[in-house]
Design a protein around this ligand. Structure first.
Ligand code: PEP
Length: 256
């Protein structure tokens, strides 16, 4: 599929289970300063739930958006330990990461529950960042495309084309997350183009060309530019390197 790029790149920091509220506030302040004046890229930080309120206050009046790292699909009820989309909205979140490989591997999330979460998020106007990606074993068995197709098809099941355009997809090869191994720009671009093709088949070329697809997996200032300049890579989802404001800002600056 010919990728017609009018998409605004998006770089998001996934802080995972790191930073106390005080430390989160300081980190968010550093990010706001570090990306000042960079208008061609959307920047998002995703702190732990406990720090959302405090970070929201730091981001007020800045160009940096707030995201959460997960949510439940029900609006409220007896779901101990869970957080709903509506609760995230009241914390001023615009984004929510869904289906991260750590959630899938350690907390039993499946394509079906990612789909439930995605539908609940878009229903209230939260933009999901949906993570997909293959394990090392799957890549070595040459089934990356099948795995990613299944994850994308599952996540978008029953979602309208209009809602789908608000979704960000993060292609994160599981073998590259937190390992220091990065997909080469060529490897990453091939999967991004494939994801866009699958979305085109599910919806239309217009929807496929509108959806932003981030790369995630050991992105650093030194490899970001080569990845972000690929035609179907619209920025990145950054884990470890998002925990230092200057390093994260250098990654944001690598967006062409
Ligand atoms: C992630 O967990 O989403 C991620 C990309 O992590 P890292 O950048 O540390 O590989």
């Amino acid at each position: 599929m010919q990728s017609e790029n009018k998409r605004k790149p998006i770089v998001a920091g996934n802080w995972k289970m790191n930073r106390t509220t005080d430390d989160a506030e300081a980190l968010a302040g550093g990010v706001v300063e570090g990306v000042l004046g960079l208008n061609g890229v959307e920047v998002v930080v995703c702190p732990p739930f406990t720090a959302l309120e405090r970070v929201a206050r730091v981001l007020e009046g800045s160009t940096v958006s707030l995201g959460a790292q997960d949510m439940h699909w029900e609006a409220e009820g007896a779901y101990t330990g869970e957080i709903s989309a509506g609760m995230l909205l009241t914390c001023r979140c615009r984004y929510v990461i869904l289906g991260h490989s750590e959630r899938r591997a350690y907390f039993g999330e499946t394509d079906a529950t990612v789909n439930q979460r995605l539908k609940a998020a878009v229903a209230v106007g939260l933009a999901p960042i949906v993570c997909v990606g293959e394990t090392l074993e799957e890549r070595e068995s040459d089934v990356t495309d099948q795995v990613v197709r299944k994850q994308i098809t599952g996540a978008f099941q029953g979602v309208t084309g209009e809602a789908a355009q608000t979704v960000v997809v993060a292609y994160e090869p599981v073998w590259a997350i937190g390992t220091g191994l990065t997909a080469t720009p060529t490897q990453a671009e091939a999967v991004h183009a494939f994801i866009r093709e699958v979305i085109g088949q599910l919806y239309s070329v217009d929807v496929a060309n509108a959806i932003r697809i981030q790369y995630g997996g050991s992105v650093k200032p030194g490899n970001a530019a080569d990845l972000f300049t690929q035609p179907d890579i619209d920025g990145g989802l950054i884990g470890g390197a998002s925990l230092q404001a200057d390093v994260f800002a250098d990654i944001v600056k690598a967006v062409p």
